[in-house]
Every structure is written in C-alpha cells, then in structure tokens.
Ligand binder design. Sequence first.
Ligand SMILES: [Fe+2]
Length: 226
Amino acid sequence: MIATKNISTHKTLSGLLAHQPAELVRHSQNVADLSSALAALLGCPSDEIDKIYIGSLLHDIGKQFLPASILEKREKFTDREFGLVQMHTWKGYTYLNNFIADPAILHTVLYHHERWNGTGYPYHLAQNQIPLSARICAIADVWDALISDRCYRRALNMTQALDLIWTGAGSLFDPKIAAGFVSLIAEGYKVGLVANKNEDELIVPNIWHDKDAELGSISLARSNKR
Ligand SMILES: [Fe+2]
C-alpha cells in the first residue's frame, strides 16, 4: 500500500489523468506498461514494480501546469521556454507530494529526465545518483516518444528507435537497463506483446489497467492481461 499524506483526498489514477490531453494519457500508459515490464525483467520485487508503474503513469503530470502556449507550440523552444518545460518535473513532484509520500513514485516523476552521463535535468544527477525507477522510466519515456508522431517529425520505426536507445546505452541511459530494454522489446515482439502492424510500425503493448484503483490500494493499480 502506498503511504498517502492526506487520506481525505480521494485521488485515483484515472482521476489524476482524467483532464489530461488524450495524447499525454496514451503516452503515460505506454511508458507505465514498458517501465513495469522492464522492472520485472530486471528482477525488481512486485511492490517496487507497482510503484514504478504508478510513477511512470504520472511522470508527466506536471505538464498540466505549463502554459498552453508552450504545450501547443510547434516551433523550436527558445531557451526560456525550454527552461519552463523542464519545470514540469518539479511541478509534478510538488503536486503529487501533497498526497503521495512514497519516494519511489515521487522520484520517478522528479528525475525521469536525468541522464546517465549527468546531462539531464533538473539536477544533473549521474549514474547511480539517479534512482533506479527514474532510470527505467527514462528509457521507456524516450522510446515511446521516438515511436510516436510529433508535430516536428514523424514517428521512427522500431529499428531506428531501438538503434537510438542502444546508441545511448552508457551515455544517456544506464547500460544494463538499456540492454534489458532491447531484449524486452525483442522478446515482446517475438511473443506478440509488441505487435508489428506494418513491417516497421510498432504498436506498444495493449495491457489493461484498473485505473480507478485508489492510490492507497496499490494492489488494484496494476493488473495486466495479454
Ligand atoms: Fe517528462
């Protein structure tokens, strides 16, 4: 069970995501699916996997506090605008900190843009300074971004995206986790968990979740079926 700070605050996963843009919800669900599958592959205990799932599901919740002019901007960000975008990690952390006490969940949100070589944000943490949950979420987050259409580029195919993840192993990403991720995608592809719609096009796992589970009842928050 996740420690909650204010049990009178009735927060559910679906409630937290209810008013988010559809694309953000889709992305968050995919990142949570992949992060939890990767955590399982790495041998994390089930309670940690559940926390990584929830942290990943909520990793970009702080974007709701960014101005629409930035969220909807199609052109390249100015330095000032990029500074504001980076604040979504801190804003998400401080928001969730009002009713979630579990560090594994909060740290996934706060540190998911940190990078193995210290070039990430907000604190330029490096290697094992970055909590494991955030190192896992970082790879799943980048992967889903790469295979998704963006206003400034088309989605990459699976081969291109995996190549970029692998290129970043040891620089941007924890090399052991990146290796696990590559094997996860390869295995998922083989068993049909990751479907291949049109040769090069990837569909991420379609895994069911009970998003109405209360945050204080984590056992309901992660239930997968294939
Ligand atoms: Fe993010």
